[in-house]
Design a protein around this ligand. Structure first.
Ligand SMILES: [Zn+2]
Length: 101
């Protein structure tokens, strides 16, 4: 999983194709991510004693990591590459412009 929380990504397939949003959660075990405002399901919530308000709530559903691409500020949707510095530290970069992601 190359993506991490806080990354800005674009959806590549499905009905929400073209939408961009920020990753609010990564689920490495299923290789999925939750993107804010993308793949929102309307959940009907029943009123309970602990939850006074019933009704419909929005819930962001996980989407597969292969269906999103990280967004570079210069290039738009791109792929993640890595740059290793002289000191051995590894950085994520845009494969197109080499800028840090
Ligand atoms: Zn770039």
């Amino acid at each position: 999983m190359k993506l991490k929380k806080g990354d800005r990504v674009q959806v590549l397939s499905g009905k929400e194709r073209g939408k961009t949003g920020e990753i609010t959660r990564v689920l490495p075990e299923t290789n999925r991510v939750i993107v804010k405002g993308v793949n929102v399901a309307k959940k009907h919530q029943r009123q309970t004693s602990t939850r006074l308000k019933g009704g419909i709530i929005d819930k962001d559903m996980p989407i597969h990591a292969s269906n999103v691409a990280i967004v570079c500020s210069k290039d738009g949707a791109t792929r993640i590459g890595y740059r290793i510095d002289d000191d051995g530290s590894k950085h994520r970069v845009c494969v197109h412009c080499g800028g840090s992601l």
